[in-house]
Design a protein around this ligand. Structure first.
Ligand code: OAD
Length: 238
């Protein structure tokens, strides 16, 4: 059967070799910070300045980070695939897929380079550090601007679009994610129930490893280009 529509989910493991931290690895962000303090609305209400600073540091780390061979390979797949649609959904808030040239990336956990007004909902690019003194250009309120990222307890973005793309997919590919955070961690089960092929590319087996038909374990910078080459050469025959 010819593969037409490919649905790809990426996580922080794809950006690790670009110098950005993962979350749950031994030296990952959640080994250094308390999730509830920096990635929840309650944490933000308790210490808004501390939370803004946490994301200001993440944004500073993005400056100079370059896409690696895995991001570039997915961009190549997106540009060259002629049999259907390649949907790229990322849990990452970095912009490395875009810098690699992938168009229309769906950022289900938001984007570090954008800010959102908690008062009026206006979203725009954040050129500089966020502070409590900033004024919203749309509503004029002061102190309501927060990173345009999804915190625990909030609903991820573009879920309708994501589930529609998943329903049309013939192949589900998960790259560089531990499979620990829902709803993204549930996509493989939805794919399995729909009877489509499931592929995992990760440094090690994820929490949902037993739900994948095929697994490629290794560094994303090597395993992803190898898989993309295979798919493009075989034109997606499954
Ligand atoms: P995790 O830190 O949970 O998982 C990263 C995965 O990448 C692990 O399974 C690693 O083995 C793998 N990995 C590490 N280096 C790799 C490499 N060079 N090549 C391939 N794989 C590698 O990160 P995520 O699964 O992305 O959400 O975490 C999901 C969500 O949890 C994040 O979006 C974030 C976090 O809390 C929010 O903040 C809402």
């Amino acid at each position: 059967m010819q593969t037409r529509n490919i649905f790809i989910l990426t996580g922080s493991g794809i950006s690790a070799e670009s110098g950005l931290s993962t979350f749950r690895d031994k030296d990952g962000l959640w080994a250094k910070y308390n999730i509830a303090d920096v990635a929840s609305i309650e944490g933000y209400q308790r210490d808004p300045r501390g939370v803004l600073d946490f994301y200001n540091v993440r944004r500073a780390n993005l400056v100079g980070a370059r896409p690696n061979a895995a991001h570039l390979a997915l961009a190549e797949l997106g540009a060259r695939w002629r049999h259907g649609v390649v949907t790229l959904v990322t849990q990452n808030i970095d912009n490395l897929h875009e810098l690699a040239g992938f168009r229309n990336v769906i950022h289900m956990h938001g984007e570090l380079n954008k800010m959102r007004c908690g008062d009026c909902g206006d979203v725009r690019l954040a050129d500089d550090d966020l502070t409590l003194e900033l004024v919203c250009c749309a509503c004029g309120n002061i102190g309501g601007l927060r990173p345009h990222v999804v915190w625990f307890g909030e609903i991820p973005l573009e879920m309708d679009t994501i589930y529609e793309a998943l329903a049309r997919a013939d192949m589900f590919v998960s790259i560089g994610t531990s499979g620990a955070v829902y709803p993204a961690a549930g996509f493989v089960q939805a794919a399995q129930e729909a009877g489509i092929k499931t592929v995992e590319i990760n440094l090690e087996p994820s929490e949902n490893a037993d739900m994948f038909d095929i697994a490629h374990y290794g560094k994303a910078s090597e395993a992803v280009p190898a898989w993309v080459g295979e798919i493009l050469r075989g034109a997606g025959a499954v």
